[in-house]
Ligand binder design. Structure first.
Ligand code: GDP
Length: 715
């Protein structure tokens, strides 16, 4: 079977935004204009296409990262009835809320480009900055859309300036608005030097016209800037331009396309999704400037057999390789594994190799989700996004490939969870259901963890924020019918050491019968970050937060007991040193010890290792670590003093302030433990006029007096 459309007509992209900027509304319009959907659901009624989960409806936020396929014909071109002749859009949904970092990160990894939506009143908001950073990390080409220009207080200039100041000086306006606030009517395209208005009930008729007189001068000036920025990207065009010969529009567009794909220019568009103005021109920009899979560098990874680097190009002729980026339960089809194909093809009913875990998987069916239907496909090709039914072992971020040509693609790195809470099933029956439910949810979401308190045997769940956990608990109750009592959110503290120590651990019992004999000597120090490109020696196990070095010479501790020693150390780490929080970032070097022919056993060595760890850790300056959050509070000026005062009182470090429209924005780093319930405090302090966002920044050592309180409260 061959592909039914050329790869250069595919665009895999996401629509990303600060919550409330209008992502859902914009997505709705995209689905409408691409013909996938004929009725537009109002957001407040929760009838949107991507928000199918019940609780998403209630909360009005998009949590899931479903991929939707739709088809587009560019404005001004004759409508192509046959979808195979159109541009194929695979839109990867990204969540707006900061707590869903994992979702945002993993979608960034599989999308090739993005439309970034901004609120034309607020301009750049904290989540826009966070998303922009993630997109920078993943080198995702972007076009910007300044939305809501019809709203009172909207300003294209201010929003545009906030993008330049706070996100990137590489942004450049492609349009200027015709009117703002209630006078907003359309946009001027600076390359074409045409005006556009949008007729029909849903703005589906794009009407091209001449630029209104009052905007002629501004359009000319801004076009000059735009053309200059474009020709700067190309030496030949630049020399021609300097000689007074402006390249034709088609050539300018070609140069701009290259620059956008190289992350050298971010084109800025504007309009109002709600009032149906401007979205079609942004879709044209997706076609014109965002990359097709062919424009991207090859996917890179390692060959698991040889350990050598490997790469795959976007070609159907290369061996199959894909990244699973999302597990989702579809109410109609069942459990779906969404994957992005980097190379080769995959057929329904065939087998695929999961190289991350080394398992062969049968692909039952392959489906593509469209706004209004689930299309079953026989085969998927390089560059596509689809979902498989029937995979059992495959989780988020696993690689699927051809068994004969294995590759493990680079993993998606996720941040560590910072908030945790205790959860207790109401009945015995719930106990079992809860175990299954939590395991499933953790499989879907790598920033959600489930652990058991060693002492109380209670279940503890951890995640990225209060909302994150609240939603997961909600899903557990609804989707799995588990009833449970849920504790208060707690800070996920950790422990570590600042110094180093050397010690021995002996577990010896030799009175009558068979005895016990385990004896180890260890050195412990702080784990140093790996130097880039460094090879890990054969005798070392290394993970993100732990390293174990086996330096035993001459079998003084027999090889068969070494895994037990490592296990003993790990168990002691999980139990903590000062207050029972998990220990991170230590390197343990087992360098000596002894054994007994008869009495030695795995258990004896495990206990000896745990004892040695505890002793060494006590001597190696143990400390408690706490998550420090990056906080941004936006308030009217008169409340500034109160806000900075209250944040400082919370052990916060104020890092800066700036104007944000009519308000002031305060940036601070504050320990998470001080921030629970701050939204309520803020509301009452500012008569409901302040708003706040917060995001994990880093872990830091807890001051001694605070640590003493934490330790006391855990006794
Ligand atoms: P999301 O949280 O980014 O998905 O944002 P939504 O699309 O749900 O929009 C948030 C609110 O802003 C909703 O009440 C929308 O009706 C409204 N909204 C979205 N786009 C526009 C727009 O262009 N103009 C105006 N005035 N309101 C809009």
């Amino acid at each position: 079977m061959n592909r039914d459309y050329p790869l250069e007509r595919v665009r895999n992209f996401g629509i990303i935004a600060h919550i409330d900027a209008g992502k859902t509304t914009t997505s709705e319009r995209v689905l409408f204009y691409t013909g996938a959907q004929h009725k537009i659901g109002e957001v407040h009624e929760g009838e949107t296409t991507t928000d199918w989960m019940e609780q998403e409806r209630e909360r009005g936020i998009t949590i899931t990262a479903a991929a939707i396929t739709c088809f587009w014909t560019k404005t001004g071109e004759p409508d192509k009835k046959d979808t195979a002749k159109k541009y194929r859009f695979n839109i990867i949904d990204t969540p707006g809320h900061i707590d869903f970092t994992a979702e945002v990160k993993r979608s960034m990894r599989v999308l090739d480009g993005a439309i970034v939506v901004f609120d034309g009143v607020a301009g750049v908001e904290p989540q826009s900055e966070t998303n922009w950073r993630y997109a920078d990390e993943a080198k995702v080409p972007r076009v910007c859309f300044i939305n809501k220009l019809d709203r009172t207080g909207a300003s294209f200039e201010n929003s545009y300036k906030s993008i330049l100041d706070r996100l990137s000086p590489k942004a450049i306006r492609m349009q200027i608005p015709i009117g703002e606030e209630s006078a907003h009517e359309g946009v001027v395209d600076l390359l074409a030097m045409k005006a556009y208005a949008f007729g029909g009930d849903m703005g589906e008729n794009v009407i091209e016209g001449e630029i209104p007189e009052n905007l002629a001068a501004a359009a000319k000036k801004h076009r000059g800037e735009l053309v200059e920025r474009i020709v700067e990207q190309d030496d030949a065009a630049m020399s021609a331009y300097l000689e007074g010969k402006e390249p034709p529009v088609e050539e300018l567009k070609a140069i701009l396309r290259k620059a956008v794909i190289a992350n050298e220019i971010f084109p800025v568009y504007c309009g109002s999704a709600l009032k149906n103005r401007g979205v079609q021109l942004v879709l044209d920009a997706v076609v014109d400037y965002l990359p097709s899979p062919l424009d991207l560098p090859p996917a890179t990874g390692t060959n698991p057999k040889t350990g050598e680097p490997a790469e795959r190009h976007a070609s159907d002729d290369e061996p199959f390789c894909a990244l699973a980026f999302k597990l989702q339960t579809d109410p109609f089809v069942g459990a779906l594994t969404f994957f992005r194909v980097y190379s080769g093809t995959l057929s329904a009913g065939s087998y695929v190799y999961n190289s991350t875990v080394g398992a062969k998987e049968r692909v039952g069916r392959i489906v593509r989700l469209q706004a209004d239907k689930r299309e079953e496909v026989q085969q998927v090709f390089a560059g596509e996004i689809a979902a498989a039914v029937g995979l059992k072992e495959t989780k988020t971020s696993h690689t699927l490939c051809d068994e004969a040509n294995p590759i493990v693609l680079e993993e998606i790195k996720f941040p560590e969870p910072v908030v945790s809470l205790r959860i207790e099933p109401k009945t015995k029956a719930d106990q079992e259901k809860m175990g299954i439910a939590l395991r499933k949810l953790a499989d879907e979401d790598p920033t959600f963890r489930v652990t058991t308190d060693e002492e109380t045997a209670e279940t503890i769940i951890s995640g990225m924020g209060e909302l994150h956990l609240e939603i997961l608990v909600d899903r557990m109750k609804r989707e799995f019918n588990v009833t449970a009592d849920v504790g208060k959110p707690q800070v996920a503290y950790r422990e570590t050491i600042l110094g180093s120590a050397e010690t021995e651990g002996k577990y010896i019992k030799q009175t009558g019968g068979r005895g016990q004999y385990g004896h180890v000597k260890i050195r412990m120090k702080k784990l140093e970050p790996l130097v880039e490109g460094a090879k890990i020696a054969k005798n070392v196990t290394r993970e993100d937060h732990f390293e174990f070095i086996n330096n035993i010479k001459g079998g003084v501790v027999p090889q068969e007991y070494i895994p037990a020693v490592e296990k003993g150390v790990r168990e002691a780490m999980a139990r903590g040193i000062l207050a029972g929080f998990p220990v991170v970032d230590v390197s343990v070097d087992l360098y000596d010890g002894s054994y007994h022919e008869v009495d030695s056993s795995e258990i004896a060595f495990k206990i000896a290792a745990s004892m040695a760890f505890r002793d060494a850790a006590q001597k190696a300056k143990p400390v408690i670590l706490e998550p420090i959050m990056r906080v941004e509070v936006v308030v009217p000026e008169q409340f500034m003093g109160d806000i900075t005062g209250s944040l400082s009182g919370k052990r916060g470090a104020i890092e800066g302030m700036e104007d944000r429209g009519m308000n002031k924005a305060v940036h601070a780093k504050v320990p998470l433990s001080e921030m629970f319930g701050y939204t309520t405090t803020l509301r009452s302090m500012t008569e409901g006029r302040g708003s706040m966002t917060m995001e994990f920044d880093h872990y830091d050592v807890v001051p001694t007096n605070v640590a003493a309180d934490i330790i006391a409260s855990r006794k």
